[in-house]
Design a protein around this ligand. Structure first.
Ligand SMILES: [Zn+2]
Length: 315
């Protein structure tokens, strides 16, 4: 079976297969790539390969492989806190202490870090990086490998995921969404940058839009200043990691609307609505103002101040 479950990325898969078949696995893997590039898929397949007792690992048929693929293997530990943006440092310390307890049944004990590691977390990890037990494996997943300390990054085998070729992406989307229209398919492929996860989210995720975004789109399309103020006032007490994704989503809908005014296809009903209601100049100016606010939010300006600014800037 091998790594066929991961699309594209042939060189990476060949190298990995070759090193594993020679019995050369690493203790630290850095799986890097943009959102939707297949980091979780690769982490799962690599974990299966490291635990596999069959031939051509991961065989995906032996008991160990099946446990990994069903997410029930007792020797795979996910180190993350879904409430936080980064892995809390005490969880890294717990993993560091736990690694010296031998695996239950697996050949390896694998720690999966699906979230970004802060500086403190990386420093805590460095102590294991120096001298891991022979069965210990760490899989770090990241969108931004350059944010890691050089001392951490240099000790990892980096598996960098690449975008898929357009023809492959089209073929896979066609397989998963047999009813998709040709025009939509083309637009999704263009906008997803070659990342399957992003393309799937664009096709299937249009219905999962948060209420604030729905309200923003309606208010901005209708030039309803009071409604706009009311959305933004409601967001003033939001945490930064709630506010940022919302603003990023607004920018991407506005960009889609703008692209559609210059002849592109608006995929989402929100973008369609905006593209008919507002001029290109209006859309562009809103994009610039919101992008400015995204930078403010990243630079620690309070959500209340940002929402206050937008009430004035978007009217
Ligand atoms: Zn197997």
């Amino acid at each position: 079976m091998g790594f066929e479950g991961l699309l594209g990325n042939h060189r990476l898969k060949d190298n990995l297969r070759a090193s594993l078949s020679r019995g050369r696995s690493a203790h630290f893997y850095l799986i890097s790539g943009a959102e939707g590039s297949g980091k979780h898929t690769l982490a799962r397949l690599l974990s299966a390969a490291l635990m596999c007792s069959g031939a051509d690992a991961p065989c995906l048929r032996c008991e160990a492989c099946r446990k990994v693929m069903n997410n029930v293997h007792p020797d795979i530990i996910t180190v993350a806190d879904p409430e936080k943006k980064r892995v809390p440092v005490d969880l890294v310390r717990q993993a560091r202490a736990d690694i010296y307890t031998k695996p239950n049944e697996g050949k390896k004990k694998i720690y999966l870090f699906p979230q970004e590691l802060g500086l403190e977390g990386q420093n805590a990890l460095l102590k294991i990086l120096e001298e891991p037990p022979q069965y210990g494996v760490f899989l770090l997943l990241t969108d931004n490998p350059e944010r890691l300390l050089p001392t951490v990054r240099s000790r990892c085998v980096e598996l960098a995921l690449r975008p898929l070729e357009n023809s492959l992406l089209r073929q896979e989307l066609r397989r998963q969404f047999p009813d998709i229209e040709e025009e939509t398919l083309t637009a999704v492929c263009q906008r997803s940058g070659g990342y399957l996860g992003q393309a799937i989210a664009a096709v299937s995720g249009a219905s999962e839009i948060p209420q604030q975004t729905v309200d923003f789109v309606n208010a901005f399309a209708a030039r309803d200043v009071l409604a706009l103020v009311s959305v933004l006032v409601g967001m003033e007490k939001s945490k930064r990691d709630v506010l940022l994704p919302l603003l990023e989503q607004w920018v991407s809908i506005l960009e889609e609307a703008l692209a559609s005014r210059s002849g592109g296809t608006a995929l989402s009903p929100s973008a369609q609505k905006l593209s008919t209601a507002r001029s290109s100049a209006d859309l562009l100016s809103a994009i610039r103002e919101i992008q400015k606010c995204i930078q403010y939010a990243q630079g620690n300006v309070s959500p209340a101040a940002i929402c206050g600014y937008l009430q004035w800037a978007l009217r």
